[in-house]
Design a protein around this ligand. Structure first.
Ligand SMILES: C[S@@+](CC[C@H](N)C(=O)[O-])C[C@H]1O[C@@H](n2cnc3c(N)ncnc32)[C@H](O)[C@@H]1O
Length: 395
């Protein structure tokens, strides 16, 4: 057995042991090696970087990356990018196996279930679904024609023939509806009604869902009601590239022109510590939860030239902005807040953080989402009737 094959089996055992993989997916995992769906040149995610791994340079090393629990970028910049250097924005990838099998577990498929996948990517998930449910029960939609073609070829070469449609997955695929399950493998900001309408009552929709506040998503598992609504809880925190038409469209350059604070800047201080508001790591729930509570706001963070942590907030419905310098964490002075525009965004974030603390700092899994029959997205805490404040409609 090759080292890569041994690592592939070790990953299966680890995913099973952690509970990320449900036992009924083992056979599909064994039948569908991920390596069959990866291109010659690929870019695994390693500590925030994407080094190129070229099969021709070192086939064994390439195989070993394919067997690891990492996401692997397979296309940059909607296909406009060429060469082995990473491009600007990942636009297609093979998702991290741990996240894929966690979503499959949430999907809770039963034999013979009919599944729509949105975001074919490499075709690996479509092959796994075909191995588990039969290829006649699987249809997958991919917006990028070149990605869809490559997936069709990889699927056929591996011996699988689910239907792969080139098109906008936001429209679903009514030709094959109704579905028992819908799986979305790209980050969603607004759930389109088509997905719910194309499902049977009781059907399950699983997707990475998040807000404009950050790129941090949580998997949501929605159960479709007969009245055109769907509701359910968030499960694991994940990070996915977003659906093409729902990508962030703001730029920090549009807010402040540089050269000092504008004349109408409002200055204040805050006692909130950087460590409680800036994401400590990928699995901190704070950015996800702040996004649930503060609508139409994006954030970024970094350090200024002196190493002081800085949080930036950007109003998406207007040009409100805020910058918070967390001197409090590095020196004896209080943290300094600068805000401008019609909204006081830091005040909103601070209030949201206070509310969250008062609730006992619930994790993402205590929140849930309802998509109403008229398309509103309502976030709740604990149970669907307990809507979170300020974000009755999250955009
Ligand atoms: C993370 S990748 C999917 C990974 C895939 N499931 C796999 O196994 O390789 C996300 C994919 O969603 C596609 N996508 C983005 N927006 C889409 C849309 N509106 N409709 C269909 N596909 C979309 C991207 O082109 C990309 O290929």
């Amino acid at each position: 057995m090759s080292r890569a094959e041994r690592e592939r089996q070790q990953l299966r055992d680890a995913l099973l042991a952690s509970g990320a993989m449900a036992p009924d997916w083992v056979q599909a995992y064994d039948a569908v090696p991920r390596a069959l769906f990866l291109p010659e040149v690929m870019w695994p995610a390693v500590d925030g970087r994407h080094p190129a791994v070229v099969k021709g340079d070192d086939p064994q090393e390439w195989e070993r990356w394919a067997a690891r629990d990492v996401s692997i970028v397979t296309q940059w910049d909607d296909g406009r990018h060429a060469g082995t250097e990473p491009g600007d924005r990942p636009s297609s990838s093979s998702s991290m196996p741990g996240a894929v099998f966690a979503m499959f577990a949430d999907l809770s498929v039963v034999d013979g279930a009919r599944v729509l996948e949105v975001g074919t990517g490499t075709g690996w998930c479509a092959a796994l679904l075909s191995a588990r449910l039969g290829e006649a029960n699987v249809v997958s939609v991919e917006v990028d024609a070149a990605v869809a073609d490559a997936a069709r070829k990889a699927l056929a070469a591996a011996g699988w023939h689910p239907e792969v449609v080139t098109g906008d997955g936001l429209l679903g695929w009514p030709e094959r509806a109704p579905y028992d399950r819908v799986l979305v493998t790209a980050g969603v900001r607004q759930v389109p009604q088509a997905w719910i309408d194309q499902m049977r009552p009781g059907g399950v929709l699983v997707m990475p869902w998040g807000t404009r506040y950050s790129g941090q998503d949580a998997i949501v598992r929605l159960v479709v009601d007969g009245d055109g609504s769907a509701s359910g809880r968030f499960t694991g925190l994940v990070r996915f590239m977003q659906l093409r038409s729902q990508r962030p469209a703001w730029s920090a350059k549009d807010y402040l022109s540089g050269g000092g604070w504008p004349a109408d800047t409002r200055e204040s201080e805050t006692a909130v510590a950087a460590s409680s508001i800036l994401p400590g790591d990928l699995y901190s729930p704070v950015p996800f939860v702040m996004g649930l509570l503060v609508p139409d706001c994006a954030h970024s963070y970094g350090r200024d030239k002196d190493g002081t942590p800085v949080l930036w907030l950007y109003g998406l419905a207007d040009r409100s902005w805020a910058a918070v310098y967390f001197y409090g964490d590095t020196t004896r002075w209080a943290s300094q807040v600068y805000q401008g525009g019609p909204r006081s965004l830091w005040d909103e974030v601070e209030a949201a953080h206070r509310w969250w603390s008062e609730q006992g700092r619930p994790g993402h899994e205590e929140f849930g989402l309802t998509v109403t029959a008229d398309g509103r997205q309502q976030v709740w805490l604990g149970e669907p009737s307990a809507l979170v404040p300020q974000a009755v409609t999250v955009r």
